[in-house]
Design a protein around this ligand. Sequence first.
Ligand code: HAX
Length: 438
Amino acid sequence: MEYIKNRFFEKASKCVVEYNKLKKEYGDVVIDNVTIGQVLTGMKGIPALVTDTSDLDPNEGIRFRGFSIPELREKLPKLSSGGEPLPEGLFYLMLIGEIPEYEDVMNISKAWAARSQVPQHVFDVIDAMPRTAKPMTIFSAAIVAEATESVFQKAYHSGINKKYYWDFMYDDVMNLIARLPHIAAYIYRHLYFKDKHIDPEPRLDWAGNLAHMMGHDSEEVKRLMRLYMVIHADHEGGNVSAHATHLVGSALSNPHYSYAAGMLGLAGPLHGYANQDVIHWIFELIENIGTDTPTKEQLADYVKKTLNEGRVVPGYGHAVLRKTDPRFIVQMEFANKYIKDDNLINIVNNLYEVVPPILGDIGKISNPWPNVDAYSGALLYHYGIKEYSFYTVLFGVSRALGVLSSLVLDRLYGMPIERPDSHPLGWYMEKATGKSCK
Ligand code: HAX
């Protein structure tokens, strides 16, 4: 058995005992009450999912297996001192629950390099897509096309015992993650570089190889890509991409179908599409105001104009967070350290001063502070990745690390098919008033 798989099984089996104990002995324990308000505002705050990989505190932000982003930057192995942690290490942490040694990370890097051969028909599917297709349309089609390789699906149809599902799921997940950088980079070169593709460099790390195959080979871009892949990887289980992956996986769909479902959710403007929307909106702002060095007053007027048009200010607000997203802060620190005087970055920094008080004054907005998407596009753009309609694909590649490691855990726990109750509007009205709707 692969070393990492063995280690995972050894560690996670202990949690399976606890999962079963909770289910058998404490199944009747009441943990919360549910209000009609929660149902009507997108099930906010209802504890309903088990996700071990990360946990989100509204004020503190995300913790991956208990570690905050600054802690991860300090503790996870890096290629060089002063560099950014390798996403391989975060994957190990999310899957196994402990900070890896450098050798563990190299082990994953090598395992992914060995599993990274993308089948030709996946590239054929990408080639067949028109260049007018949205990058996320192509990305999800390519992931679904890769499902032909699912070892879990084959094993299921050969009638394996359910206690081994996780084992085949693990192999699918490792293969899929290993291939995503090549798939994403191939889409990028297909759409924006007339199919001039760049071969993978197996000696590079996972994120470095992605930057290399996209044609952005400098150390600066690789450093940014490592940070980017770490901070977007997971955000507990209730967000749309994680929840969709988990939900579809609960029907025992293969990881390709499950993750593709997650990606189609990520493609929505209220979720991962916001990272491209932010840049689109800023360019619209620059054109509208007539300068790429707008004053704070001009920015404030434009924010108000956006709101008056009944639009959202992209990159601001969050369904759970109630403070500035630590993923925004880490990117701002990165920009402060490495970037001197960039107009787009300056606008993003100034918006951070201008937007929250305006959104706060509206009253109804639960969180006026910026989220991860408010900063990420400006960094990519600064380093030459200017094709911003592609940004959600990069988010998606990173998100695979969290949602797919959770999927392996789901199968090891033997989680059941997900099936919450739903009722007509009148049922809720009757609960509230004793009378149904007319
Ligand atoms: N601009 C304008 N209005 C906003 C707003 C914003 N940035 N954020 C919230 N609101 C509005 C909502 O649209 C809602 O209006 P209605 O009552 O008229 O429907 C109201 O304020 C209350 O919303 P909320 O409770 O504060 O927020 P939700 O949990 O409903 O939504 C969103 C959270 C992130 C979807 C929301 O803040 C938003 O639309 N933000 C802009 C888009 C964005 O940045 N999305 C990325 C979020 C992070 C992420 O998932 N990244 O992938």
